[in-house]
Design a protein around this ligand. Structure first.
Ligand code: CO
Length: 208
């Protein structure tokens, strides 16, 4: 991508929008009312809005390496808190993807410096599901399953947030675990049974 081209691209984009609707940006500037909070990977190939066909204003988005929800990550937890309490989103989506470099890097025994504590969360996912993962002989299949299990565990981490627990009960908020398959372009719903998961962890993480 030619960086000098970006402002021309922007001009072209806004002209196209205005041709379709002369008040497009006026309407957009009135405020946002998204129903979805999307938490996904920073990977440049996994573009949140484009793969969902979402328009500006429809999705509140947080992206980081390997779509992690670390409960001490102020940035991610603030996004969740704001989305749930003030935007009153109806859905929280954790979207992972196959071929995730973060997930692969986490499983290599290499010193990745500052990335170590970030990616350690994925090793924790492996530890929790070690039996199932060790039984998968094919390495590629094992990584794919780890991507899926990481999504499930991040759904659980979302459910540890007090405002989320309250909103699940009082606002009908739902949490979804998805995986984007880069090799086919398909979005897969892992059908994570969030209510069952919340029941299981309630005794330990119950806040609200
Ligand atoms: Co990734």
């Amino acid at each position: 991508m030619d960086i000098t081209q970006i402002f021309q691209n922007n001009q072209q984009w806004l002209s196209d929008k205005l041709r379709q609707n002369a008040d497009y940006f006026k309407e957009l500037s009135r405020g946002q009312n998204p129903e979805i909070l999307y938490i996904g990977c920073s990977d440049s190939r996994v573009t949140a809005e484009e793969l969902m066909g979402a328009k500006p204003g429809e999705a509140f988005v947080h992206r980081n390496i390997a779509n992690m929800v670390h409960n001490l990550d102020f940035s991610c937890v603030s996004v969740i808190e704001y989305a749930v309490k003030y935007l009153k989103v109806k859905h929280i989506i954790i979207c992972g993807h196959y071929e995730c470099g973060g997930v692969k890097a986490a499983m290599e025994s290499k010193d990745l410096g500052l990335l170590n504590p970030w990616l350690r969360g994925i090793r924790d996912v492996y530890r929790i599901h070690q039996k199932e993962l060790d039984d998968i002989a094919n390495e590629n299949t094992r990584y794919k399953r780890l991507v899926e299990l990481n999504v499930e565990e991040q759904c659980i981490n979302v459910l540890k947030v007090a405002s989320v627990q309250l909103a699940v009960r009082q606002q009908g908020l739902s949490v979804h675990g998805w995986v984007f398959d880069i090799s086919t372009g398909k979005l897969l719903d892992l059908q994570v049974n969030v209510l069952e998961k919340i029941e299981k962890i309630r005794e330990i993480y119950h806040l609200e």
